[in-house]
Design a binder for this molecule. Structure first.
Ligand SMILES: Cc1cc2nc3c(=O)[nH]c(=O)nc-3n(C[C@H](O)[C@H](O)[C@H](O)COP(=O)(O)OP(=O)(O)OC[C@H]3O[C@@H](n4cnc5c(N)ncnc54)[C@H](O)[C@@H]3O)c2cc1C
Length: 391
C-alpha cells in the first residue's frame, strides 16, 4: 500500500468493511476503529436478505475469489415472496406473496450478518483497531484525526468515513445535527432455533402475524432454506417485531441478551398455533437479543455543508426500519460508490465526498422513504420529524 496518510474509518460494520475491501483493492491505505473488542463480542445472529442492487454493489467491490466465497456462503431459497401466515390459525392469509423478493437466479438470497462481516474483513484484519470507541473528529491543517472515548486520538488521516451505525457521533458532528435517527417506539427480538424446529413451515420466506392482541400486532419474519434443513450445525433465525408498546424491554436496555429476551418472546406467542411453537420452545436462548426499530428522517437524507475530509456511510447516515429489508442493501451501495470515487481520484481529493453525498442522497432518501411508508402500514409506526424522540 502507498505511504500516504490513511483513510480513517469509524466502525467495523458491514459497510465500513466493504469500503475497506474497495480501498485494499485500490492500494489505498486505511485504518478501521471498532468499538467492540472482537467480532464475536456480541451476538451477530440475524440474517440479511440481499437485493439485486445489494448483490451488484458487493460483487463490484470484492476480488473474484472473495466474491465467490461470499456467494457460496449465501443461502438461496426458492419462492418469490413472503408467505403470510396467521399466527393463531396457522393458515395462509390473503396477503400471500405480495412482493418479489428474488434477487438472483430466481432465488431469495440471504446471509447471516456475522458471516458477511467475516468475509468482508478478510485481508483487512491487520488494519482494524478493536475496542476503539469513536466520539468525533478534529480537523488538522492537512488532514483529520478521530477522537476516542478514553481521551486519546488516532493517527492523522487524509479523510474520515463515519460508518459506526445509528448512534454515529461523526454523523452528528459533520452534519451539524441535521442527520437524525428517530426512535419509532417499536421494538424487536431476534431468536434462533435448530433447523428442525422450522420443518412445519416449508421452504421460503415467511411472515407470521398475530393481529389478535388488543395492544397491537406482533409478527415474525423467517427464512427457511431447504439446502441447510438437515445440517445439525446450522440454526435458522427469526426476527420478531411489535407495534409500539407491545414488546417492552426491561429498563429500555438493549444490551440485554439471552434468557430475558427469550422469555419475553415466548410470553408473546403463548396462544400461537402449534405449527409455530417449536420456533420458540426449541430456541437457543443464549442467542436471543433485543433491538430498537429506528428510522432516519422519512423526508430523506438532509443537506449539510460538505466537509471535504469527512463523510458518512450506511446506517450512520440513513437508518431504516426492518420493513422491506433494505438497510444493508443501501449501506453496501455507499461502500461501492465511495470506494469507486476514491479509487478514481487516487485517494483523498477535494470534491470526492461532495460527489458521493450528492449521489447517495438520491438512492438513500428513496430507500428510507420506502422503508418508512411500509413500516407505517405494516406495523403502525409514526414519525413526526418536529416532535418524535431521537436516539
Ligand atoms: C434484526 C435486523 C434485521 C435486518 N434485516 C435486514 C435485511 O434483511 N436486509 C437489509 O438490507 N438490512 C437489514 N437490516 C439492517 C442492516 O443490518 C443494517 O442496515 C446494516 O447492518 C448497516 O450496516 P452499517 O455498516 O452501516 O452499520 P452496522 O452494521 O451497524 O455497523 C456499525 C459498526 O460500528 C460499530 N460502532 C458503533 N458505535 C461505534 C463507535 N462509537 N466507535 C466505533 N465503532 C462503533 C458497531 O459495533 C458496528 O460494528 C436488519 C437489521 C436488524 C437489526
Amino acid at each position: 500500500m502507498s505511504a500516504s496518510k490513511p483513510i480513517l474509518i469509524s466502525g467495523g460494520g458491514l459497510c465500513s468493511l466493504l469500503l475497506a475491501q474497495s480501498l485494499r483493492r485500490s492500494n489505498i491505505p486505511f485504518r478501521i476503529f471498532e468499538r467492540d473488542a472482537s467480532f464475536t463480542f456480541r451476538a451477530q445472529g440475524y440474517r440479511l436478505r440481499l437485493s439485486s442492487e445489494g448483490l451488484d454493489a458487493i460483487e463490484s467491490v470484492l476480488e473474484p475469489q472473495l466474491w465467490q466465497k461470499f456467494w457460496d456462503k449465501c443461502g438461496k431459497t426458492g419462492g418469490l415472496g413472503f408467505t403470510a401466515l396467521d399466527a393463531i390459525t396457522g393458515e395462509v392469509t390473503e396477503h400471500a406473496a405480495p412482493e418479489n423478493l428474488a434477487s438472483r437466479d430466481g432465488k431469495v438470497v440471504g446471509i447471516a450478518r456475522g458471516d458477511m462481516r467475516k468475509v468482508f474483513a478478510e485481508g483487512c484484519e491487520e488494519h482494524i483497531e478493536w475496542a476503539r470507541h469513536v466520539t468525533g473528529y478534529e480537523l488538522t491543517d492537512d488532514g483529520v484525526v478521530a477522537t476516542f472515548a478514553d481521551g486519546s486520538k488516532s493517527i492523522e488521516g487524509s479523510m474520515l468515513v463515519g460508518g459506526e451505525g445509528i448512534y454515529s457521533k461523526v454523523a452528528k458532528q459533520v452534519s451539524g445535527g441535521r442527520i437524525k435517527v428517530f426512535d419509532t417506539g417499536a421494538r424487536g427480538i431476534h431468536g434462533q432455533a435448530p433447523t428442525t424446529a422450522f420443518k412445519g413451515l416449508g421452504e421460503g420466506v415467511f411472515a407470521v402475524r398475530d393481529r389478535s392482541r388488543p395492544d397491537g400486532a406482533v409478527f415474525i419474519i423467517t427464512n427457511v432454506r431447504p439446502d441447510q434443513m438437515n445440517d445439525p450445525n446450522v440454526e435458522f433465525g427469526w426476527t420478531m417485531g411489535g407495534q409500539p408498546g407491545v414488546i417492552q424491554v426491561p429498563n429500555d436496555n438493549y444490551s440485554i441478551v439471552g434468557k430475558q429476551a427469550a422469555d419475553i418472546a415466548k410470553s408473546l406467542v403463548k396462544n400461537w398455533h402449534p405449527r409455530f411453537k417449536p420456533l420458540f420452545d426449541e430456541m437457543n436462548e443464549s442467542e436471543a437479543a433485543f433491538w430498537k426499530i429506528t428510522c432516519s428522517s422519512p423526508s430523506g437524507v438532509p443537506e449539510w455543508p460538505n466537509e471535504p475530509r469527512v463523510t458518512v456511510v450506511g446506517d450512520a447516515c440513513h437508518s431504516m426500519t426492518p420493513a422491506g429489508g433494505i438497510g444493508a442493501n443501501t449501506a453496501v451501495q455507499d461502500s461501492a460508490l465511495l470506494g469507486r470515487l476514491i479509487r478514481e481520484a487516487g485517494g483523498f481529493k477535494p470534491g470526492v465526498t461532495a460527489a458521493y453525498e450528492r449521489d447517495m442522497r438520491v438512492y438513500a432518501s428513496k430507500a428510507v422513504h420506502q422503508s418508512y411508508t411500509t413500516a407505517v402500514s405494516s406495523f403502525g409506526v409514526k414519525i413526526d420529524e418536529a416532535t418524535s424522540p431521537t436516539v
